[in-house]
Write a protein that binds this ligand. Structure first.
Ligand SMILES: [Zn+2]
Length: 169
């Protein structure tokens, strides 16, 4: 019994020492306040990532600092957003609402980063789409105007595909 109590004592001490914070809330559209599903939220050191669910809710746990910087990505519909200096103590019980600004898709796909690293041209580049597919997108894929690459998008994933060189970048 004595031994068990000692063990419990040390376990509770290590639990206190390893205490981490949680940030939770909702990702919404800045203009309509509609929830945004499948947004990727990650700390700027990329150690902790989370994804918003269908109702826009997210939960980041195991946060070790008092203040954190996060990046939020819901490509290609919303602009990448950096939020810095979030005081976790302030949002211990309150939820942290993340508001994203809608992206103009045309500006995303006409950006300079669409140049292929092999042929150095954007002539054969098509965008890589992550997430839900619309009927219009399926028609575009059949015409090879874009390609699909699964449901989830992470910051390191490629955005373009060169049809000539067959590379994703
Ligand atoms: Zn190329």
């Amino acid at each position: 019994m004595q031994r068990l109590l000692t063990l419990l004592f040390f376990l509770s001490i290590s639990a206190v020492m390893a205490q981490t914070a949680v940030l939770k809330g909702k990702v919404v559209d800045k203009t309509t306040m509609e929830p945004i599903a499948w947004a990727v939220i990650y700390t700027t050191d990329s150690l902790i990532t989370a994804e918003s669910g269908l109702e826009g809710h997210y939960r980041m746990s195991r946060l070790v600092k008092d203040k954190i910087d996060i990046r939020v990505r819901a490509f290609p519909d919303y602009k990448d957003t950096l939020i810095d200096g979030i005081d976790l103590k302030r949002f211990k019980k309150k939820s942290f609402i993340i508001r994203l600004t809608p992206e103009d898709i045309k500006t995303v796909f006409s950006s300079k980063s669409d140049k292929c690293p092999v042929c150095l041209s954007a002539q054969n580049a098509v965008p890589i789409i992550y997430g839900e597919q619309t009927f219009e997108m399926i028609a575009q894929q059949q015409k090879q105007q874009l390609i699909f690459a699964g449901c989830c998008h992470y910051p390191s994933y490629p955005l373009w595909y060169c049809k000539k060189c067959r590379v994703k970048y």
